[in-house]
Design a protein around this ligand. Structure first.
Ligand code: NAI
Length: 308
């Protein structure tokens, strides 16, 4: 199993590290436009192998895509992250050009690849890869909901004063502060609805804290987060590589599901060796349907600014 990670910055390197530590891939190739940067990160990570007990071979390259040939999975994290006060949508001008260029280079050397898009604004970047490449739709996946759901579970566990492994919850919709839809109605603690333990106000607070999860960290760190994003990407890569048939909310191209068309947005999907094996349509309440529709309208507005 060969995995390419384009962009050896904060998220790309973190994702490569988690993939290596989980030791399911034979090879990870890091690629970055910054001279020597990916080579340096790869060497540093390889020098953790004997300490962290993994055999995954990590190599780095400065934009030599021939090194990525025959990758099974490629992760695109190249681009600029947001600074405090910025929205993800403000990154579109620079990141669209980078994502288009990077995805076409990846496919040239790995025609059967499965692409995971991370660069922001992620739903629009995922749509861009759908529109500008010939890859089948199951092989283009946007990562956002897995991270937002992890942040949701963190906030739920905090509110419930419960271990994180006891709680479950999912965030669908666009990967943006305003657009994401944490499904508080379906959140659980040990399979019992969280609403049995928490007041409506407290659950709403959990929802609001989740929505600004990324912005909160950007304010604290001065740039966007990397541990949880890297871990979320590595979980998707592992689900595909190990054919786990596991459900994650991911940005998927919709053709009628949830009454949405011609858009990539976060919905539950089953991930396995073919990428998106199935889009899962869960029963949403009328209020959740309205939120998802509004979120889709906002993503479509951003998509409308793309130049192909
Ligand atoms: P970073 O600045 O640390 O790393 C980005 C790397 O991309 C840099 O090392 C840069 O040299 C490289 N790069 C730029 N253009 C390139 C090109 N054409 N080819 C190869 N490499 C290139 O940024 P960070 O924090 O790693 O974030 C990366 C992206 O991921 C940002 O757009 C950020 O907003 C997004 N992000 C998305 C998340 C999600 O849930 N979807 C979560 C966190 C970040």
């Amino acid at each position: 199993m060969k995995v390419t990670v384009v962009g050896a910055g904060a998220v790309g390197a973190s994702c490569a590290e988690y993939i290596a530590i989980k030791d399911f891939a034979s090879e990870v190739v890091l690629l970055d436009i910054k001279e020597g940067y990916a080579e340096g990160k790869a060497m540093d990570l390889m020098q953790t192998a004997s300490l962290n007990h993994f055999d995954t071979k990590i190599t780095g390259s400065t934009s030599d895509y021939s090194k990525t040939a025959n990758s099974d999975i490629a992760v695109i994290t190249s681009g600029i992250p947001r600074k405090p006060g910025m929205t993800r949508e403000e990154l579109i001008g620079i990141n669209a050009g980078i994502v288009k260029d990077v995805s076409s280079n990846i496919i040239k050397h790995s025609p059967n690849v499965i692409i995971i898009v991370v660069s922001n604004p992620m739903d629009t970047m995922t749509y861009l890869v759908h529109k500008t490449t010939d890859l089948p739709k199951n092989r283009i996946i946007g990562m956002g909901g897995a991270l937002d759901s992890a942040r949701f579970k963190y906030r739920l566990a905090e509110a419930l004063e419960a271990p994180i492994s006891d709680v479950d919850g999912m965030v669908i919709g666009g990967h943006s502060d305003k657009g994401m839809v944490p499904l508080t109605r379906l959140a659980t603690r040990n399979s019992v609805l969280a609403s049995e333990f928490l007041s409506e106000d407290r659950l709403n607070q959990v929802m609001e804290d989740t929505k600004v999860g990324g912005a909160t960290l950007t304010g604290l760190l001065g740039t966007s987060a990397w541990y949880a994003p890297g871990a979320a990407v590595s979980a998707l890569v592992q689900a595909i590589a190990c054919d786990q048939q596991k459900m994650f909310p991911c940005s998927a191209l919709l053709e009628g599901e949830y009454n949405l068309n011609d858009i990539a947005i976060g919905v539950p999907v089953i991930l396995g060796r073919n990428g998106i094996e199935k889009i899962v349509e869960i029963d949403l309440s009328d209020a959740e349907k309205t939120k998802l529709t509004e979120s889709a309208e906002a993503v479509k507005k951003t998509n409308g600014t793309l130049e192909f």
